[in-house]
Design a protein around this ligand. Structure first.
Ligand code: ZN
Length: 300
């Protein structure tokens, strides 16, 4: 666990040196997440992020310069620091021969773990730092900047997104290459429209994405938000919307679950509210747009 903390700190430092902003960092049971410019440290309840994840982003358009190199350094930061620690420990042993490398002592154990984590995270498969580095290398500069622009708009406050920027996103989603991108842009678009009280358009964005993504979980989450919007405008809930809400169980997180139950019971007061504070929403959702939509639905 300490070795993973070292790894995440490596990413964090590499990012901070390049003036990137922290979105969130998880380590085992802790999550540090930036909400409205402040870092909140809370208990992490998201099992998928439990091992350790650091997500950072560039806030200003000026950061586009040398973007590819900056992103590469961010990914390398984590594995690099594990390997550096391992090398320092190895060389320390070399000058201090009293320290024996055996399989049982904690010095060797720590050294080997650092080596293992450093190397494993560099293996270029999907989801590792190595994988991210390889996919980044394959992209042209223009593609990297395009992805960056999506990300830049994604972290921008919804009120500040300009019409032309939004249109650019609309075009981008039809050309989006992967599920995650389609999913995040759909949520962003829904939030944008909800903010402007264009509920029908918000719903259209979600339905569009629901047809494209192949992940069943993402389809269900998009369906959940669509049903939520229908309930926000007090539309007659037809069978389809009700079914979509019934799909949301406790594993989707207690806030989503709580909202679904509440709508299904037609806002009756006999159900127990299990998501009662803003912090619980922040903990459950790392996505700033989903956070805002849930807070609105929960009247928090
Ligand atoms: Zn990493």
């Amino acid at each position: 666990m300490v070795v993973i903390a070292i790894h995440e700190i490596g990413h964090l430092v590499a990012g901070l040196i390049q003036h990137a902003q922290l979105h969130f960092l998880t380590w085992w049971f802790l999550i540090a997440i930036q909400v409205n410019g402040k870092i909140k440290i809370m208990i992490n309840e998201n099992v998928f992020l439990a091992l350790g994840t650091t997500k950072m982003y560039f806030k200003s358009k000026k950061d586009i310069k040398n973007l590819k190199r900056k992103l590469l350094l961010n990914y390398i930061g984590g594995p690099l620091i594990n390997l550096v620690v391992a090398v320092i420990m190895l060389s320390y042993r070399a000058i201090e021969p009293n320290i024996q490398l055996t399989s049982s002592d904690s010095y060797s154990y720590f050294l080997i773990l650092n080596l293992i984590i450093g190397i494993i995270t560099l293996i270029p498969v999907e989801g590792t730092d190595g994988g991210e580095i390889v996919s980044l290398m394959k992209k042209s500069n223009a593609e990297v900047v395009d992805d960056y622009t999506v990300q830049y708009l994604y972290y921008k406050a919804i009120e500040d997104i300009q019409e032309d920027e939004f249109l650019w996103l609309e075009k981008k989603v039809t050309a989006a290459s992967n599920d995650d991108e389609v999913f995040s842009i759909a949520i962003l678009k829904a939030h944008y429209h909800i903010n402007k009280k264009n509920y029908d358009e918000a719903s259209t964005s979600l339905i569009f994405a629901q047809k494209i993504v192949s992940s069943e979980i993402q389809q269900k989450i998009l369906g959940f938000y669509n049903s939520l919007i229908k309930s926000l405008i007090q539309k007659e809930m037809n069978e389809e919307y009700i079914e979509q809400l019934k799909e949301i169980n406790f594993w989707y997180g207690k806030c989503m679950y709580s909202i679904s139950l509440n709508i299904l019971k037609q806002n009756s007061s006999d159900y127990k509210k299990i998501c009662i504070s803003k912090n619980e929403v922040y903990k459950e959702m790392v996505d700033p747009h989903q956070q805002m939509i849930l807070l609105k639905a929960l009247n928090l």
